[in-house]
Design a protein. Sequence first.
Length: 126
Amino acid sequence: MIYAANLKCNHTKKSYADYAKELSNGLSQSDHSVIVFPPFTALSEDKFNFTQGAQNFYPAQSGSYTGEIGAQMLEELNITTVMIGHSERRALGEDEPFLKAKFDYAVSKGWDIIYCIGEDDITHMN
């Protein structure tokens, strides 16, 4: 089983460091697979008893993509798990062709992917 926490636009570098340390210490005896998606600015190079993932990325190594997060930035932090398709990203305009481009890029990089269906999609399943 995988447990994933999306911290969204919460936590500073300092508050996340405290959160991550406490969570990691609590998981030291755990066999659960835990992934935490902090804001990009809070991602840490520290080692934890959980996996850190990227909430967002742009499907390029680097380039002229103002405000985006390229693969090179994630690689520097040893981030190999990414979230794609969160309903909040979709609400900001990420459509299916762009999500597919992100998915295909992540696959080409060998990254682990958490692909979100989204709250709106789930309500239609009832």
